[in-house]
Design a binder for this molecule. Sequence first.
Ligand code: NAP
Length: 555
Amino acid sequence: MPHVITQNCCNDAACVPVCPVECIRPTPDDPNYGTTEMLYIDPDVCIDCGACVDVCPVGAIVADIDLTPEMARFEQINADYFAATGSAADIDAPEGAAQRIVSHTDGGEPLRVAVIGAGAAGHYTAEAMLGRTDVDVRVDMFERLCTPGGLVRFGVAPDHQKTKQVQESFARTMGRDGLRVFFDVEVGRDITHAELLRRYHAVVYAVGAVDGRQLGIPGEDLANSASASEFVAWFNGHPDFADRTFDLSHETVVVIGNGNVALDVARVLTSDPEDLAHTDIADHALDALRHSKVREVVICARRGPEDAAFTSPELLGLSSGTGIDVVVDPEQLDALALDDLPSAHHQFGRDLKLSILRELASAPAHSERRVSLRFFTSPQEIVGDTRVEGIRLLHRNIGRGTSGEHTETLLCGMVLRAVGYRGTAIPGVPFDDARGVIPNDAGRVLDPADGTPVAGTYTTGWIKRGPSGVIGTNKRCANETVDSILDDFAHGRLRTPPDTLDGLDELLPVTFGFTGAQAIDEHELAAGRRSGRPRVKVVDHGELRAIGRSAVPAR
Ligand code: NAP
């Protein structure tokens, strides 16, 4: 009864160190870890102890006899990974990193660290700091919204409830001794970077990347042309987007870019709303989707299927058990110019993706709701008078016996750009506007003027490395930043802040802490129980604030 890693693997690799036979790959120290779509269990080495199941924060690991029909494919995928790359028994597992004694601050006071942002990156940073046994540390986390979780709450699609379970481990972190959380406090508005540096040895920006990138083509500003990030934030009940409206009165929606965000929005737009009614989707979005006329989402990618940005697990999640047809033109899978890839790991990933696409290309249609995957297709102009009426697309003809280019105007009622996210600048903190990230070296923020580290200032997560990877990718990213902080500490590169934390409360606006977030959580869960849903989200900032403040103020 070997265990199997399934679709919603978050790559946080909590399973790796607890496996007594070291059969989970790639490990975080493996060069392939940074690009892997998921982790895999070697069925020939697994001893079925279930230790990995207990620590998986998203419930992605399942004994083979418990696999549902939608998960069944993953048994073969796990086995095939080792057939392609070699048995786990033959691959050396990494040594655990030895913790070194760092030092203590002058006067033996705890090291004071401010973490800005209570999403995955912020939580992994706090956990990594507080998990160190060699340094006495105190962490204060500041979050501009009234709820924790960042993109886990506002980015992960509502029909991926298991992925959202990772918030339970974030709640455990927030309950740890040595951590305070201040919700409803925006750094740059309510407190400045300079004010934080006067009170903390290190300030870590883990603020993520929220804005969708632009395409830079005519018509992008027409009504009903939006970034997928806005649409995702809207259906996930983000308070800043709750008043947004999307016109769903047309049959066809076009999505530009084919990453996992594109698949998420396509799936939500074409799912049966009654299936979504069992999730924590925002009420306003559920209502709009119940009245939606959308029947087809066309996902356009400028490159070929071999370079598709979506991952195989998510492609399988779109095409199995959803009642949605995924349409692929078989001609676009022919005559692909496939480069050699650097490793068996990469080869396995590409082969798997292409084999799933081939299966989809030959599958008969059975549903009136469909997602069409188009490749070699670039947007030229979004057309319409005041609102989207269509999109002009340039096709590179690649396939059986054809070549050249042609354009097409595809009629549609909405265009969503799913071409990646970008971060926004925080006053007083260096920012690389071209990349939408904070310039850094291993998490140390760099002064753009001379490329040297800015004392006491660090970054992690998407605002550090750009919008890539899944939730657990932020864990390794946070560990790197924490290592940089502690290395600077050990080498005397952290300044002693001139002020203590005594006057912090007077400096901050009215705020609330973990107990306030728990009150919001309990409020939403109770509303969910009453209506047979996992939770009913509160989407109004004022209401969230009132519930949060009604609990005990920030610790
Ligand atoms: P992404 O994976 O980086 O995909 C971006 C897409 O936009 C690519 O297809 C890219 O094409 C295309 N693109 C970029 N610029 C373009 C342009 N100017 N014109 C046309 N196409 C353009 O981004 P994402 O979908 O926003 O996802 C961000 C990260 O979150 C990813 O790591 C993703 O895996 C992760 N995520 C994971 C899940 C999940 O696991 N369920 C869900 C959502 C997001 P090129 O490849 O040709 O550049």
